[in-house]
Design a binder for this molecule. Structure first.
Ligand code: 5AD
Ligand code: SF4
Length: 509
């Protein structure tokens, strides 16, 4: 590839991604950055020189996954493979990761991705230096702070001025530390910005892995500090990209043949255009409409929305611009005002329902999905029942429901009256069963209707195509008596059967 830095034999990497769409898209940027640095992506851990995990810490279960993976492949370190932890767990745990998984060489938090190229160069240089060096890996028992006092440790600080200004050396720096020749295999590089970073992870080297649908980040970080949520600590403060740069990326994608764009952010509704004359700065709804008007773009989605910042102008934009999909994901979390208050969600049940009413009053039929947490500390049976009545009132198209999971640093950690896990599990079952009934009843409304779908896959075993409607519903369909459409094409499908989580139908020719 032209412009790719090549030094020595080509290094390979394996990357596994956990968590949300933001992480999936960050991984696309990480892949692009690595390829630009001369690495080649491989499909198995065994083939890779560098093994990376892009991690999620939204719930404890997600966080534990990465430590299991690291333990599973620990023995491969003896073959000279390097391990890196990226993303939210990296940001949250920082250099503690080296204590828990001493074979890790690289820790790069989600607020520090823009440092990745320089970190990769450091890693590569360290590896090149190690070629031919005696291979004596030693498991490190010291924590970072103790390590930095070790006399045989080299610390390369590319930002000496900042350190001289007295900032904590372990925060906001990229550091490369290695033990002397005896332990030359042990390389440790960290990038851990604090939440005050103003930088976004922008790169021209994004390696999108779907040629039809692509993500564009419009805002990073979150300033909402919901009481249960670790995101403001892992992804830093809210910072928006300029609308000019978002639109330039959208046009570029359209030129490359993409027809669907998904605008991403932890809270897209609090988008604030940071540049240009005040009059020309775009609100979120204006940006949404402008992306929807880019020639060649047939579908625009956005996620995630926060009810507090969700305005009527978004519904007006969906009504006015046909390319904007008729689907809104609006996490409610609870139907109880007391619990919403304790969660610091900044809206009441009534205000949430008001936003639902705005959508229902729109010209198009907007599908509405949500997130719900059960078993928040102190949630009573009656408060949980209020969440169930909210489901009845709204009749969501789909919900994502979770048992509350205590997270480090979050205000909810100090709340009393934890709900026992089996009670959380019971509430989750009740919630999901109720929602399933709602979806079965709701999906019957689609029988006999025709939807336009984008074709996402073909299943040869069933001779069936997988499509997705503008409302974000999966529609599996057959193409009787003819060749079916290509993946990435748009097709008209008449719905002939419905299930709780999908529809089925036939291609209209
Ligand atoms: N425990 C359980 N679920 C959580 N979520 C966020 N933090 C937690 C937590 N600590 C859920 C919320 C959010 C979704 C992405 O994850 O419902 O909307
Ligand atoms: Fe977390 Fe709340 Fe921010 Fe969403 S809005 S990322 S739930 S703190």
């Amino acid at each position: 590839m032209s412009g790719v830095a090549q030094r020595g034999p080509q290094k390979t990497f394996y990357l596994e991604t956990f968590g949300c769409q933001m992480n999936v898209h960050d991984s696309e940027k990480v892949v692009g950055t690595l390829v630009q640095q001369g690495y080649r992506q491989v499909e198995t851990v065994e083939q890779a020189d560098l093994i990376l995990y892009n991690t999620c810490s939204i719930r404890d279960k997600a966080e534990q996954k990465v430590f299991h993976r690291l333990a599973d492949y620990k023995k491969l370190q003896a073959q000279g493979k390097r391990f890196g932890v990226l993303g939210c767990v990296a940001q949250q745990e920082g250099e503690k990761i080296f204590e828990r998984a001493p074979h890790v060489s690289l820790v790069c938090g989600s607020a520090s991705y823009r440092r990745l190229p320089e970190m990769l160069v450091q890693l590569k240089n360290a590896q090149l230096e190690n070629v031919g060096a005696p291979s004596k890996p030693r498991s490190l028992r010291l924590g970072w702070e103790a390590m930095s006092l070790a006399p045989n440790l080299t610390v390369i600080d590319p930002h000496p001025a900042k350190t001289a200004q007295g900032r904590a050396a372990s925060v906001g720096e990229t550091r490369d530390s290695r033990l002397g020749t005896q332990d030359s295999q042990l390389v440790r590089i960290t990038g851990l910005d604090d939440r005050q970073t103003d930088e976004c992870f922008e790169t021209e080297f994004t390696a999108r892995n779907n040629p039809h649908r692509g993500y564009i980040t419009i805002i990073e970080g979150c300033d909402k500090f919901c009481a249960y949520c670790v995101v403001p600590f892992t992804r830093g403060k809210e910072r928006s990209r300029t609308s000019a740069s978002v639109l330039a990326e959208a046009r570029q994608m359209a030129d490359l043949g993409y027809t669907e764009i998904q605008l991403l952010g932890q809270n897209v509704n609090s988008y604030k255009d940071p540049a240009g004359k005040p009059a020309s700065r775009k609100s979120f709804a204006e940006l949404l409409a402008a992306v929807g008007e880019v020639t060649g773009i047939r579908r625009v989605r956005f996620t995630t929305s926060h009810p507090r910042d969700f305005g009527r102008d978004i519904v007006a934009a969906i009504d006015a611009v046909p390319a904007l999909c008729d689907h809104v994901h609006l996490p409610v979390q609870s139907g109880s005002d007391r619990v919403l208050g304790a969660m610091q969600r900044l809206y009441t049940r009534e205000q949430y329902l008001e936003r639902i009413a705005w959508m229902r009053a729109g010209r198009r039929e907007i599908a509405i999905t949500t997130d719900v947490i059960v078993g928040f500390p102190g949630e009573t049976e009656a408060e949980f029942a209020e969440t169930l009545t909210l489901l009845e009132e709204v009749r969501f198209d789909a919900i994502f429901s979770f048992k509350y999971s205590p997270r480090p640093n979050t205000p909810a950690l100090s709340l009393e009256d934890a709900i026992p896990d089996d009670e959380k599990a019971r509430r989750l079952d009740v919630l999901m069963a109720r929602q399933k009934e709602i979806q079965i009843a709701h999906n019957k409304n689609y029988l006999g209707s025709t939807s336009e779908v984008i074709v996402e896959a073909y299943n040869p075993g069933r001779n069936q195509w997988v499509g997705r409607s503008s409302q974000n519903k999966i529609v599996n369909f057959m193409a009787p008596g003819g060749a079916g459409p290509k993946v990435g094409a748009y097709a008209q499908v008449v719905v002939t059967a419905c299930f709780p989580n999908s529809l089925a139908g036939e291609l209209v020719v």
